[in-house]
Design a protein. Structure first.
Length: 656
């Protein structure tokens, strides 16, 4: 029987029913068969020995593709599990997965956990298995056979019990693991891999389940790619804001006091305070009215807003206060700002009405997802909401975008893209149910970007539950995309809360609500800056901007006078007059990444100068003291610009 196979280029090839994916690849080209590692049959990765028994869409997966890398790493998880069971038969296996940057496998061990110290032995056993290159054979067990096989593997048994019918997997020697994903046809391609770390992970990601040991690794087809990955991971470790935060004493998180709840130390609090003051001043100058609103609210507020229906999994449980009152920690600030709007009767003359707040929020993040300042349970969002008439949307959108671009310029953020985030049309139950609203708001948002002539890309499934948004995606220090800023059009919340304003005609009209965040949460923004700057913050952000070091007691009075002048200029300065060697003090200032280290001795005292060493430089320069103070003061006021910054294309379009 002949079947029709549709290829990615939409061409159709005839083949005999029962032909394997590998043989079909060879029928296209012998070279393609040699490169093939799997197939993608009707969108699902399958082994090369999979038979084609009917009309289908098929893509041949090769080593040089993302899918090919996934197959390699899925094979690595299988070999990792086999190696662990060979070395530690008492270990109970969970499950493994390939990831964007590697793979992992979860395990459980009664008599002591698997540790990092055991990774070399496990890696060596994996290499031994790969070298033997024994065949990996597809194997199917009946449901009862699988339950019997995994009788002493409680986690595997639980997975089998959740399945209906036969259990498909792979056999390697005496080792069997059930596996739905495709694996390599031969282990000879699994040469370049590494095991990286061990961490705790709840079984199936649920905190109510047992904590297992998760072994992380990575794998590539080429040695050069593995070496490059090692360099990237070393750079990531060096830039990790958690490590820098510890070394520079910026913040800490104590799980005993509360996971995901950072404590800001004086250095970190200084950076945060500078940013918060900057943001508030910037927004006040742009016409925003800053407010303070409670972090607790009646649960009914979030039922009205829709958060309780669409966002409940990310909210903390309500607090029963008795007498029917239920209080909730707020997950978002928008319902609070709506209350501010509703407090007065509004006129068209007040629109656009701009409300802003550095608003504290709480999100129920699972412990496994928490990470330093990037994923926390308590956060402060640079939040703002503008209430506008329909004909004001375009101009207000442009004004908000101009504010964001101004802030980016001050922080020297210049690597970003614009993403229009829409709802997922195939999963509409996640979103507020109003087809007309979604069509209207997505069209208006797209039209605003088109009118500005700015480049953007579209992403389905990234919208908020109440409306589409423009996300500004910045590049992190390691080149990953991260949402920094958002602008969202919202027709839904004004409707649900019955918001109105009195128009020129004396009648009530419904405003449109624009949500916007300029730099996101303080926590995530400071994590981003810490990694971008590698802890060497520009002078205007640095916790300590200068350290004064007197050579001897005779220079103490001069140093104290310099400190007073610098404090008067608004600078953050310290004196290091400890009984330590000069070299030690200078090295410590460099370790703390202080922008300016100032040494004062007889020469400087006699000439009213200072010896200035800038962070990262080996040599010092002598400058008149007053001139130096003036230059640093100007640098801080100018947000540490060095004259090399150029306005972005978006800034050119938006204007001043």
């Amino acid at each position: 029987m002949s079947i029709a196979i549709t290829l990615p280029d939409k061409s159709v090839r005839e083949a005999e029913a029962g032909i394997s994916v590998l043989d079909f690849a060879k029928s296209i080209a012998i070279s393609l068969g040699k490169k093939a590692v799997a197939g993608k049959l009707n969108g699902k990765l399958v082994n090369l020995d999979t038979q084609l028994n009917g009309d289908a869409e098929l893509e041949i997966v090769t080593k040089d593709s993302e899918d090919g890398l996934e197959v390699l790493r899925q094979t690595a998880t299988f070999v990792l599990a086999a190696a662990i069971k060979d070395l530690f038969p008492e270990v109970r296996l969970g499950q493994g997965e390939s990831q964007e940057d590697g793979f992992f496998y979860d395990t459980d061990k009664d008599n002591g956990q698997l540790t990092v110290d055991q990774l070399p032995a496990i890696k060596a056993k994996m290499a031994e298995i790969v070298k033997a290159n024994a065949p990996i054979a597809s194997k199917t067990l009946s449901h009862d056979e699988a339950l019997a096989y995994f009788a002493n593997e409680p986690f595997k048994k639980q997975l089998v019990e959740a399945l209906d019918g036969d259990v498909k997997g792979f056999q390697l020697g005496d080792f069997f693991d059930f596996e739905e994903a495709a694996l390599l046809p031969s282990l000879k391609d699994l040469k370049h891999f590494d095991l990286l770390s061990v961490a705790g992970a709840y079984w199936e990601g649920k905190s109510s389940n047992p904590m297992l040991q998760r072994i992380y690794g990575t794998a590539y087809y080429k040695a050069a790619d593995l070496e490059e990955d090692a360099k990237r991971r070393a750079e990531a470790k060096e830039r990790d804001h958690r490590n820098i935060g510890r070394d520079l004493d910026l913040f800490f998180v104590d799980p005993k006091a509360g996971a995901g709840l950072p404590y800001w130390m004086p250095n970190g609090a200084t950076i945060r305070r500078v940013i918060e003051r900057y943001i508030i001043d910037k927004e006040l100058a742009d016409g925003y009215q800053h407010v303070y609103t409670p972090i607790l609210a009646n649960l009914d507020l979030y039922k009205t807003s829709g958060h309780w229906d669409h966002y409940r999994e990310d909210m903390f449980p309500p607090m029963d206060m008795g007498d029917g009152e239920m209080l909730e920690l707020r997950p978002m600030n928008c319902p609070s700002h709506i209350q501010v709007y509703k407090h007065h009767i509004r006129s068209y003359r007040e629109l656009p009405l701009r409300i802003a707040e550095l608003g504290m929020m709480h999100r129920y993040e699972k412990s496994g997802a928490l990470s330093g300042l990037q994923r926390v349970r308590e956060m402060t969002l640079n939040d703002g909401h503008t209430f506008v008439a329909l004909d004001q949307i375009q101009e207000e959108f442009k004004k908000i975008l101009r504010l964001i671009m101004d802030v980016y310029e001050d922080f020297n953020i210049n690597d970003y893209t614009f993403r229009l985030s829409y709802r997922d049309p195939k999963n509409t139950e996640k979103y507020f149910d109003d087809e007309e609203m979604w069509t209207r708001s997505q069209t208006m948002l797209k039209g605003a970007m088109d009118d500005l002539g700015l480049d953007y890309y579209e992403a389905e499934g990234e919208a908020a539950f109440y409306g589409p948004k423009l996300d500004i995606q910045t590049k992190t220090a390691l080149g990953n995309d991260e949402t920094m800023s958002t602008i969202q059009l919202d027709f839904m919340l004004p409707e649900r809360f019955g918001l109105t304003y009195v128009g020129k005609d004396g009648q009530e009209h419904r405003p449109v609500m624009i949500h916007r965040g300029v730099v996101g949460t303080m926590e995530r923004f400071i994590a981003y800056l810490t990694e971008i700057y590698k802890g060497a913050f520009p002078t205007w952000l640095a916790p300590t901007q200068a350290i004064l070091i007197p050579v001897a007691d005779a220079h103490q009075e001069y140093v104290e006078d310099l400190k007073k002048k610098m404090l008067h200029a608004g600078l953050r300065v310290e004196i290091d007059d400890r009984n330590e060697k000069m070299g030690y003090k200078i090295r410590e200032a460099q370790t703390r990444k202080v922008p300016y280290t100032i040494v004062v001795g007889d020469k400087e005292l006699a000439s009213a100068t200072v010896s200035v060493r800038r962070y990262g430089e080996a040599d010092s320069e002598e400058e008149p003291a007053n001139m130096f103070i003036d230059s640093v003061e100007a640098e801080v006021k100018n947000y540490s610009r060095d004259g090399s910054r150029k306005p972005s294309e978006a800034k050119k379009v938006l204007g001043d």
